[in-house]
Design a binder for this molecule. Structure first.
Ligand code: DC
Length: 222
């Protein structure tokens, strides 16, 4: 369906991009590509080496890594060099280091190359920070999805609580704000809204409303 049609969803951490992108992709019968998971996969691989972070090491690993997505029911399973890392890439250790890894120019070049290859295959919904600005500037449909820091911390906290974790909301809010800052102020491909992207503040919207809004925008362009 719709070869080459790209839906690019960008925005800050915790705006609900992956939940919404996955749902929209399912409804459209498009593939879903979570580019944040790719930067997390490189970070996970780096931590596995037991070595401390350096831009050189991160760049080398990004060029060697084999990342695969295998969607299964509602779960987008992630594999690194054949090993499943779906859960392992969501740990606090990976989350704490990923912004640094994602700021390395060689890492970005390697990931963007892979993302373009994946995207050229057909109808896709891709989410991240630089999809509409750098990866697919020609994407037919671009959305910048955001919400207030307070609301994003509340959503993340609820997810963590559902997994049985105790949540410190002040700390969560500070971590999200720090990640926003690191992602927007880095030199290479910072998080920013593409000029032709539709800005969507989801602070007062539920998942269904946001998904429907996106489907509406896509249908206008299809
Ligand atoms: O969406 P996420 O939290 O899983 O993303 C993890 C990190 O990767 C985030 O701190 C920013 C970075 N990232 C990026 O720089 N470019 C992308 N296209 C996607 C994510």
């Amino acid at each position: 369906m719709e070869k080459g049609f790209v839906v690019a969803i960008d925005g800050p951490a915790g705006a609900g991009k992956s939940t919404i992108a996955k749902l929209a992709a399912g409804k459209l019968d498009f593939a879903y590509i979570d580019t944040g998971a790719m930067y997390r996969a490189v970070t996970w691989k780096l931590l596995q080496t037991g070595k401390t972070f350096s831009a050189e090491l991160a760049g080398k690993l990004a060029n060697e890594i084999n990342i695969e997505f295998r969607p299964e029911n509602a779960v987008n399973r992630v594999f690194v060099d054949g090993m499943e890392v779906t859960e392992a890439i969501r740990t606090a250790a990976v989350t704490g280091l990923v912004s640094k890894v994602a700021a390395v120019p060689d890492v970005r070049t390697a990931m963007v190359d892979q993302q373009r290859r994946m995207g050229n295959e057909g109808g896709i919904v891709m989410d991240g920070r630089d999809i509409g600005t750098v990866v697919f500037p020609q994407a037919q449909c671009k959305i910048f999805l955001t919400a207030t820091v307070e609301e994003r911390a509340r959503r993340r906290g609820k997810e963590l609580e559902a997994k049985g974790e105790t949540v410190d909301y002040q700390k969560l809010q500070a971590e999200i704000a720090l990640r926003d800052k690191q992602d927007s102020e880095r030199e290479v491909s910072p998080l920013r809204q593409a000029e032709d992207a539709v800005y969507l503040d989801t602070s007062d919207m539920n998942i269904e409303q946001v998904t429907n809004k996106i489907l509406e925008l896509v249908k206008e362009k299809l």
